[in-house]
Design a protein around this ligand. Structure first.
Ligand code: ADP
Ligand code: MG
Length: 551
C-alpha cells in the first residue's frame, strides 16, 4: 500500500495553500465549543490516509488471482472470503471517511451485486491522485470539476464500447463475475442455475430485490453441493397435517392464515364462572362450534388448500379433512410470503375474516420423498422458484448460497441491461487512454484533474496484474500500445500472460457493474474532496483521536 507523506499543516485560502493555520484556535474556533477541529489540508491528508488504508486491506483480493481473507469474529467463527464488501462490512472500522467508502461499496453491492472491491480501490486511487494535485497547488474544487467532467466522458465512452450480450455470453459474464469466489465446477453449476432462475423473473419487473423475493434458498444436507438444483415453485421440508388428505393436486384455491386455527383456550387468567355443572362443557361446545364455523367458512370460499403459520387444533384437522381441505401448519413467515406472492392469496390473521378476494390459486401441489426427506412443492401462476442447496456442512451450503446470490443478482440485471464490456481491466485501461486524449481538449487546471482520474482508472489493470504476479508496468505499457492498434476489446490475459481479445476469451464485465462502480467511486471521492473541515464532538471520551496522527 502506498505510504502518504505527511506535510506540515497547510490551509486553503482563496484557492491557494498557505501557512500553518489549522490547529490554531482562532476567535472563530472559540465559538464552536466542545469540538475538536481539523481543517484544510490536514483534513484531506487524514481522509486520504483512511481511504488508502481501507483500500490496502482489500487490494490483494481483486481479480481471479486475488487472495482470500480469513475473517474471525469475536466468538472465533471464521469465514474465508474473497469478496471485498464482505471483508469491509465485517471489519470494525470507526473512521468516518473509511465508513463513507464502506457505504459506497455496500451501495454498489445492493444496486449491482458486483464490483465492490473495484469501487473502493478506485475511490482510494482518485483521492491519492487528488492529494498529489493539491500538493502542487490545485484547489480541490478544480479537481471536483475535473473529476465530474471525466466521469461524464467515461460513461459516454463506455456506452460506445459496450456490446449487447447474447444468451450464450450470459454464462461467460456470470462466470467472470464469480471468478475467485469458490470452486470452479461449483461456480459453473450455480451460474447455470442462476441464469435459469433469473430468466423466470423477467416478467416480474426489475426491482432490486426481486431475486430475493421470488427465489427461496432451501438447504438439504443430503447429497453433494454440485448436485444442488432449482425447482419450480415453493419447496418445503414438510408434509400435510393429515396424510389421509390428497398428496397431489393439479391446482385449486388456497387460503393463508397468518395466525393459528385453534379453539378458544381456557387460560389461567380467563374468568369463567363455573356456576352450574354444564358451564365448562358449554364452553367447549361453543369453541368447537366456532371452529366448525371457521372451517365451514373456508369450505364456502372453495378453499382446498390451507396454509397456517401457527398451529392447527386436532379437532380442526378432522373437520378440514371432512371438508376436503388439505392443510399445512407451522409455515415459516418467509415461505408464507413467497406463497402469497406466487398464488395471489393474502395472509389474514383469522380464518373468519377471510373474504373471496383473499383467496389465491395454485397450479400444482405435490408431495414426494427425496433422499428420505418428505417435501412439498407448491406452484403458483406468479412464478417463484426454490434453489435446493445440497452439501454436508452448513459452511459449504452457505458458500454456495453466497455464490448463487451474486450470480443471480448479476444475471437478473443483465436481462434488463444487456450491455457488456471487455473484462480483465481492459475497459479501464481503454478509458484511461481515452480520458488522457480528452483532457487535451480541456483548458485550465481541470486538465490535470482529468489526467489524475485517468491514472486512477489504470489502477484496476495494474492491481489485477500485480495480484497475478505479473509486472504491472510492463502490462500497462503493452496493453496501451495494443489497444491503440486494436481497440478497447484487447485485454491482458492473466493466464497466458498475453494480450488477447476479451470477447474471444469470454472475459466479460457487465456495463452496469462497471459504470455503476465508476459513478459510485467518483461520487464518494468528490464527497471526500469537498470536506475541508472536520469537527469532532468532544463530549464522548471514546471518540477516536484521529487528528493526533497528523502531528
Ligand atoms: P469486484 O469486487 O470489484 O467485483 P473481483 O475480485 O470480483 O472484484 O474482480 C473483478 C475484476 O476481475 C474485474 O475487473 C474482472 O474483469 C476481472 N476478472 C475476472 N475474471 C478474470 C479473468 N479470468 N481474467 C482477467 N480478469 C478477470
Ligand atoms: Mg466481482
Amino acid at each position: 500500500m502506498p505510504e502518504i507523506d505527511l506535510e506540515p499543516d497547510d490551509c486553503i485560502e482563496n484557492g491557494v495553500f498557505s501557512g500553518h493555520c489549522t490547529m490554531v484556535e482562532s476567535d472563530y474556533d472559540l465559538a464552536i465549543e466542545d469540538t475538536d477541529r481539523i481543517h484544510g489540508r490536514t483534513a484531506l491528508v487524514n481522509n486520504v490516509r483512511a481511504a488508502s488504508s481501507l483500500a490496502g486491506a482489500i487490494r490483494s483480493t481483486l481479480g481471479p488471482k486475488g487472495l482470500d481473507k480469513m475473517l474471525v469474529d469475536a466468538d472465533g467463527t471464521a469465514l474465508v472470503t474473497n469478496d471485498g464488501v464482505t471483508v469491509l462490512e465485517t471489519a470494525n472500522v470507526e473512521h468516518p471517511t473509511a465508513r463513507m467508502l464502506i457505504d459506497a461499496s455496500s451501495s454498489q453491492d445492493r444496486s449491482a451485486r458486483d464490483g465492490t472491491t473495484t469501487t473502493v480501490l478506485l475511490i482510494s486511487e482518485m483521492l491519492q491522485n487528488a492529494l498529489e494535485l493539491v500538493r502542487m497547488g490545485v484547489h480541490p474544487s478544480i479537481i471536483v470539476n475535473g473529476y465530474s467532467l471525466a466521469l461524464d466522458e467515461a460513461i459516454s465512452e463506455i456506452s460506445r464500447v459496450s456490446k449487447t450480450s447474447d444468451q450464450s455470453q450470459k454464462f461467460q459474464v456470470i462466470r467472470t463475475s464469480l471468478q475467485g469466489k469458490g470452486d470452479s465446477s461449483l461456480c459453473d453449476v450455480l451460474a447455470d442455475l442462476a441464469i435459469e432462475a433469473a430468466d423466470s423473473l423477467i416478467d416480474l419487473g426489475d426491482g432490486d430485490d426481486i431475486e430475493r423475493m421470488f427465489v427461496k434458498r432451501l438447504q438439504i444436507k443430503e447429497g453433494g453441493v454440485v448436485d444442488s438444483s432449482l425447482e419450480r415453485g415453493l419447496m418445503l421440508l414438510k408434509s400435510r397435517v393429515d396424510i389421509s388428505t390428497k398428496a397431489n393436486a393439479d391446482g385449486g384455491r388456497v387460503a393463508i392464515i397468518d395466525g393459528g386455527l385453534d379453539k378458544q383456550k381456557l387460560e389461567i387468567s380467563a374468568s369463567i364462572e363455573i356456576s352450574s355443572p354444564g358451564t365448562l362443557q358449554d364452553f367447549h361446545r361453543k369453541s368447537r362450534q366456532n371452529l366448525r364455523k371457521q372451517v365451514d367458512h373456508l369450505e364456502a370460499l372453495g378453499v382446498d388448500l390451507l396454509v397456517v403459520r401457527e398451529g392447527i387444533d386436532d379437532e380442526a384437522v378432522s373437520m378440514l379433512t371432512d371438508s376436503g381441505i388439505t392443510a399445512y401448519r407451522r409455515f415459516e413467515r418467509e415461505d408464507m410470503d413467497l406463497l402469497s406472492r406466487i398464488t395471489g392469496a393474502t395472509p389474514i390473521r383469522k380464518a373468519e375474516d377471510l373474504s373471496a378476494d383473499d383467496i389465491g390459486s395454485y397450479s400444482k401441489r405435490s408431495e414426494e420423498v427425496v433422499s428420505e426427506v418428505k417435501h412439498t412443492l407448491i406452484e403458483g401462476l406468479g412464478g417463484g422458484m426454490t434453489l435446493v442447496v445440497r452439501g454436508s456442512t452448513p459452511e459449504i451450503r452457505d458458500e454456495a448460497i453466497r455464490i448463487f446470490d451474486d450470480a443471480i443478482g448479476v444475471a437478473h440485471r443483465l436481462n434488463s441491461k444487456p450491455g457488456v464490456l471487455p473484462g480483465g481491466g481492459a475497459i479501464q485501461a481503454h478509458l484511461a487512454g481515452h480520458l488522457r486524449a480528452f483532457s487535451q481538449t480541456q483548458s485550465g487546471r481541470e486538465q490535470l484533474a482529468i489526467e489524475a482520474y485517468a491514472s486512477a482508472l489504470e489502477s484496476i489493470p495494474r492491481i489485477l496484474a500485480e495480484n497475478a504476479g505479473r509486472d504491472p508496468v510492463e502490462v500497462i505499457l503493452s496493453l496501451s500500445a495494443d489497444q491503440k492498434d486494436s481497440g478497447a476489446w484487447v485485454g491482458f490475459d492473466l493466464q497466458s500472460g498475453k494480450n488477447c481479445h476479451m470477447e474471444e476469451l469470454g472475459i466479460l464485465d457487465t456495463e452496469f457493474v462497471v459504470s455503476n462502480a465508476l459513478s459510485a467511486a467518483t461520487e464518494a471521492a468528490i464527497g471526500v474532496l469537498r470536506i475541508d473541515d472536520v469537527l469532532w464532538a468532544r463530549t464522548d471520551p471514546s471518540t477516536p483521536d484521529w487528528e493526533s496522527s497528523e502531528d
